[in-house]
Design a binder for this molecule. Structure first.
Ligand SMILES: C[S@@+](CC[C@H](N)C(=O)[O-])C[C@H]1O[C@@H](n2cnc3c(N)ncnc32)[C@H](O)[C@@H]1O
Length: 409
């Protein structure tokens, strides 16, 4: 039996009041250290803390917590709420959504949603009780190029990938269309002292950075089949709401890139299968891809939506059913490898109190006793900066020596 860590025990608590309090604490934490250092999220979180001082608002949120059949972590819930608000603005104006910036701007909108019955409140309730976040963060796709390159001796040639939780499949289309990672901005280094509020800074190593950027440009992918339980054409506003930090929407270049991404049509070598991966326990995909086996099964920012141990077990078992004999499972998520049981991933309550949570981990069925192993540690969920750690598989596979160790060799 694996011991649960104290934070997990807290979020699994049945007591709705305790879970509401933990949610407020999470908003408070995010108001001080927002995801990606985004000031708009800090202000949203601050406004949420203020509104939740009102007992009626707490009761309203408590009701939503109670209504959702599965228990989700406070950090996931806070993220879902932010996305629910952004989704509303995108529906009002898809081209130029008016996202509030200051606490004073957020307060009336949050109050209107929480205190006034109507379509806006109905949609918020529906999202908070039944939706899961969806995103298409292209930068995260880099892992699908780095892993096959790092393991290139193991595979016969470009790899076939089953990407579970692909959302709109846009990242895969873009990867395949360009045959390489589209952006040229990975930096690699060790951290400087984490700043209390902002994203930590890196002591960048230019040589490691250039090796990674070289690796990221190699053509390593053959075919990709994306799986998602949502259909790409259902309510497109929802994955859009989940894909950019609010401040990023203001970045004209990013917005432009995102629009280009949305307009990708069919791309050869990329397919989509609709279905719930938890149900795919016969090792067959629905439809024409039924019998296919893959070199890599990737689960990118998907497993945190199934943080319960039994679901993790099902996901791992099902992923194994789709692998070729020398295949690899890649999980990239806001998680830690459990130190006592490396087959288990821990999903801490707060994504942002603990820096450097987003990382890629590999399960190699040829070395099952090792469980999940760290492949690369990212500085945040945007993967533009990797952290040098001599124990990570990427350093070992690419024979990169940690600069601090180099003098000792
Ligand atoms: C947060 S998004 C991540 C999308 C993309 N991989 C990324 O990292 O930006 C998670 C996606 O996983 C999908 N998902 C979650 N559980 C799933 C399941 N059991 N089967 C299929 N898709 C699932 C959700 O519908 C959602 O589109």
């Amino acid at each position: 039996m694996v011991m649960q860590n104290p934070t997990e025990t807290a979020f699994l608590a049945d007591d709705v009041e305790l879970r509401t309090t933990l949610l407020i604490a999470e908003y408070y934490a995010q108001s001080l250290r927002p995801p990606n250092g985004d000031p708009i999220i800090a202000n949203f979180s601050s406004a949420m803390v203020q509104v939740m001082q009102n007992p009626d608002a707490r009761a309203f949120e408590g009701g939503l917590i109670q209504e959702r059949p599965e228990k989700i972590t406070p950090s996931y819930r806070a993220n879902l709420a932010l996305r629910a608000f952004i989704a509303w603005y995108i529906q009002m104006d898809p081209v130029n959504p008016e996202i509030p910036e200051t606490v004073e701007d957020w307060l009336p909108d949050i109050e209107a949603t929480v205190f006034h019955a109507g379509p806006r409140q109905d949609q918020y309730k529906e999202i908070m009780t039944t939706f899961n976040t969806e995103s298409n963060v292209t930068a995260r796709e880099i892992i699908k190029v780095l892993v096959p390159y790092a393991y290139r001796g193991r595979f016969d040639g470009p790899v076939d990938i089953l990407d579970v939780g692909c959302s709109l499949n846009l990242g895969n289309k873009r990867l395949k269309k360009l045959d390489r990672f589209p952006f040229d901005y990975i930096e690699y280094g060790t951290t400087l002292t984490p700043d209390k509020k902002k994203v930590p800074r890196l002591n960048v190593y230019p040589d490691l950075t250039s090796i990674l950027n070289y690796a990221a440009k190699q053509p390593t992918i053959n075919n990709i089949v994306g799986v998602d339980k949502s259909r790409p054409n259902d309510r497109r506003w929802w994955p859009i709401a989940g894909s950019l930090y609010p401040s990023e929407r203001k970045d004209a270049l990013l917005a432009q890139r995102f629009n280009q991404l949305m307009n990708l049509g069919r791309v050869a070598g990329v397919n989509f299968v609709h279905g719930d991966f938890l149900d795919m326990n016969n090792g067959k995909l629905p439809g024409k891809h039924g019998q296919k086996k893959f070199d890599i099964v990737s689960l990118i920012t998907m497993e945190y939506q199934h943080s319960a141990e039994e679901e993790q077990q099902i996901i791992l078992e099902n992923a194994l059913r789709f692998l070729k004999p020398n295949g690899l499972i890649v999980v990239q998520d806001f998680a830690n490898i459990n130190p006592q049981n490396p087959l288990k991933l821990d999903f801490p309550d707060s994504w942002f109190n603990e820096p450097f949570l987003y990382k890629a981990m590999i399960f190699d069925p040829l070395e099952p006793e090792k469980g999940f192993q760290l492949f690369i540690q990212w500085i945040n969920g945007r993967c533009s900066k990797g952290l040098a750690d001599a124990s990570s598989l990427i350093m070992q596979k690419l024979h990169i020596l940690h600069p601090d160790l180099r003098t000792a060799v």
